[in-house]
Design a protein. Structure first.
Ligand code: KIV
Ligand code: NA
Length: 268
C-alpha cells in the first residue's frame, strides 16, 4: 500500500467487540493502544496501565481480529530501563498478547532499544512527535514541531526509528506540512494522528471516532466523530428500562413455550 501510495488505515481496539468490528470493517492494522488506560479502564492517563493489563486486552483483540495486522503498545515502564527489558516485554506481548508486533514511544533515545527488538524478529511500530507517555516532561498534550528547531527534532527522531528497523512510525500532533515533509524524507510509512493527510496512513482511537463517549467530554481537534455510538446505546438502554418498568418487555415472542397439558398439570 505504501509503495502504491495508498493510505494505510489503522484503528485502535481494546477488547473482543471493538477488535471484531475494526477487523470486519476492513482496518488494515488494529492497534491495541495504551489509550485503553483511559477509554477502557477509566484511568487519568496512560502512565497507570500495566504490562499485565495490556496483555489481557491484546489477547482479547487478537481473538477477534482475523485479517488485520495487530500491534500492541508497550506501556510506560515496560521498556525504558534497558533494551533487554524492552525485548523481554515485547516477547511477552507477542507470546501472551498474541499480537503480531509492538509499538513504543520515542525517537533517537530509543534507537538501540528498537534495534534490539527488531533484531529478534519482532516488528516495531515507532511513535514520534507527541508521545503521550511523556506528557509530564513535554508540558502536556502539545503539538510538536511548531518551530523549525522542533520540526527538525521530530524529523531526526523519525529517521532514527527508521534506521533502527521500525516498519512504520506513528507521527502524532505535528503540523500537516511538517508531517508531509517528514513523510517524503522517510522510506517507511508514516501513520498520522493529528498530522494531516500527507502521511502514509491514519490512526484514530476507536471510541473517539465512533462517538462512544458522553456529551461534553473533551476530544482533540484532529478527531472526526464519524458516529454517535453513545447516543444509540443510551437510546437502547433507556428504551429497555422503560419497557421493563411498563412490562412491555419481555413480549410473548421473547418467552419459551410450554405444552398446554404440561402447564395444566403443573398448575394443579
Ligand atoms: O494508544 C493509542 O491509542 C495510540 C494511538 C492513538 C497512536 O498510541
Ligand atoms: Na499509545
Amino acid at each position: 500500500m505504501y509503495k502504491k501510495g495508498e493510505p494505510i488505515t489503522v484503528l485502535t481496539a481494546h477488547d473482543f467487540p471493538s477488535g471484531h468490528v475494526a477487523d470486519a470493517a476492513g482496518m488494515e492494522i488494529v492497534l491495541v493502544g495504551d489509550s485503553l488506560a483511559m477509554v477502557a479502564m477509566g484511568m487519568e492517563d496512560t502512565s497507570e496501565v500495566l504490562l499485565e493489563e495490556m496483555l489481557l486486552h491484546c489477547r482479547s483483540v487478537a481473538r477477534a481480529a482475523k485479517t488485520a495486522f495487530i500491534i500492541g503498545d508497550l506501556p510506560m515502564g515496560s521498556y525504558e530501563i534497558a533494551p533487554e527489558q524492552a525485548l523481554e516485554s515485547a516477547i511477552r506481548v507477542i507470546k501472551e498478547g498474541r499480537v503480531h508486533g509492538v509499538k513504543l514511544e520515542g525517537g533517537i533515545e530509543m534507537a538501540s532499544t528498537i534495534k534490539k527488538i527488531t533484531t529478534a524478529g519482532i516488528p516495531v511500530l515507532g511513535h514520534v512527535g507527541l508521545t503521550p507517555q511523556r506528557q509530564n516532561s513535554l508540558g502536556g498534550f502539545r503539538v510538536q514541531g511548531k518551530t523549525s528547531a522542533s520540526a527538525m527534532k521530530v524529523l531526526e527522531d523519525a529517521l532514527a526509528v527508521q534506521e533502527a528497523g521500525c516498519f512504520a512510525t506513528v507521527l502524532e500532533a505535528v503540523p500537516a506540512e511538517v508531517a508531509a515533509l517528514i513523510t517524503n524524507k522517510l522510506s517507511i510509512p508514516t501513520i498520522g494522528i493529528g498530522a494531516g493527510n500527507g502521511c502514509s496512513g491514519q490512526v484514530l482511537v476507536q471510541v473517539d471516532m465512533t462517538g462512544n463517549f458522553p456529551p461534553g467530554r473533551f476530544i482533540p481537534k484532529f478527531v472526526k466523530k464519524y458516529g454517535d455510538v453513545w447516543s444509540e446505546s443510551m437510546r437502547a438502554i433507556e428504551a429497555y428500562k422503560d419497557e421493563t418498568k411498563s412490562r412491555a418487555y419481555p413480549a410473548p415472542e421473547h418467552t419459551y413455550p410450554i405444552p398446554k397439558a404440561e402447564l395444566e398439570a403443573f398448575e394443579r
